[in-house]
Structures are given as C-alpha cells and as structure tokens.
Design a protein around this ligand. Structure first.
Ligand code: FES
Length: 105
C-alpha cells in the first residue's frame, strides 16, 4: 500500500483488543476485509487507496470504514457490503479526478 495521504482513500479500522469482552473491528473480521478490499482495488486499478486506521471510536459498530478525506462512514461492514464500499470509493475518486482536471483514458 503506497502513501496516498491527502488524496481520496479508504480508511479501514483494524484495531484489535485483547479482552474478548471489548469490541473491536479486528475481532469482527476487519483484517480479512482489508485484504479483500486491497486486492480488489488493485485489480480495478486503484492500488494504494486503502489506509489502516487504529480506531474511529465507534467500536460497537465495527467493522468500520470511511472514505477520506471527509467522506462517508460505513459501519458494520461485512463481505456482502464490499461492493457498496468500493463503489463509494470509486465515486469519490471520480470526483477527485474531475476536480483535478483529469479524465480517465
Ligand atoms: S475498534 Fe474499530 S472503531 Fe474502534
């Protein structure tokens, strides 16, 4: 994953807590989701658009993700919602591209 700070990216919480009674995104499978997202985004031509975050403060609602900068939050993400998350990221990337005066070939 390359450093893409400042540009559109997907923040994924991978916080893991030792106590089994304390909720965390990692305990709910965010690590596996992260790997799947990174692979799919690379396949679609968007490598380096995933950034690991160590807690959004919404631990009871995980796994949690967010489009950055300043974009939509996704709570309780499971494998069935990865397409929804990727679509939102691609929409944000398209807006970024237009705002920077670029267009896809
Ligand atoms: S552990 Fe993911 S939001 Fe806190």
């Amino acid at each position: 994953m390359k450093d893409s700070k400042g540009s559109v990216r997907l923040l994924v919480c991978v916080k893991e807590r030792i106590s089994p009674t304390s909720p965390s995104c990692a305990a709910r499978g965010s690590g596996e989701l992260l790997a799947r997202l990174d692979a799919e985004l690379t396949r679609r031509g968007h490598p380096g658009r995933v950034e690991i975050i160590n807690c959004f403060g919404q631990c009871n609602r995980g796994p949690n993700m967010r489009i950055a900068p300043g974009g939509r939050f996704f709570y309780g993400v499971g494998p069935d919602r990865l397409d929804e998350v990727i679509t939102a990221l691609e929409e944000a990337l398209a807006v970024e591209s237009v705002s920077q005066g670029r267009s896809d070939p």
